[in-house]
Design a binder for this molecule. Structure first.
Ligand SMILES: [Zn+2]
Length: 119
């Protein structure tokens, strides 16, 4: 059975086109964080048996980094998101499900311009 990954940019491709980096859940500590926080970020990983989010690069295609949600036991892939969109969602910004439309972005820029005394 061939495993397939659906790249949001290229479509459905065989998993051999992708390179896996590992767990996507660790969040980089702030500068000046305690040594223990950096040690955990760099070295400590859970050995998950089941659903997990991982960083994969479409190295044989668009070369974009993706977050692949898959089951490490059954190898079933549940979702694939562009890593940049995933990171924006983790940072409290609009995630993949709440991506703003361009008109909203233009309205926000107009509001910011009014705040600076421009119209
Ligand atoms: Zn791709």
């Amino acid at each position: 059975m061939a495993s397939l990954i659906t790249c949001p940019h290229c479509g459905t491709r065989p998993k051999e086109e992708f390179t896996i980096r590992g767990d996507a859940s660790p969040v980089r500590p702030q500068l000046g964080a305690a040594f223990a926080a950096w040690d955990a970020y760099v070295h400590l990983r859970d050995n998950v048996r089941g659903p997990m989010k991982e960083h994969w690069q479409h190295s044989g295609g668009c070369r974009r980094w993706l977050v692949v949600e898959r089951d490490t036991f059954s190898h079933a892939v549940h979702a694939v998101t562009d890593a940049a969109e995933f990171a924006r969602g983790q940072a409290g910004g609009p995630g993949p499900a709440a991506k703003p439309a361009r008109p909203a972005r233009a309205a926000k820029a107009a509001t910011a311009a009014k705040g600076r005394g421009q119209a």
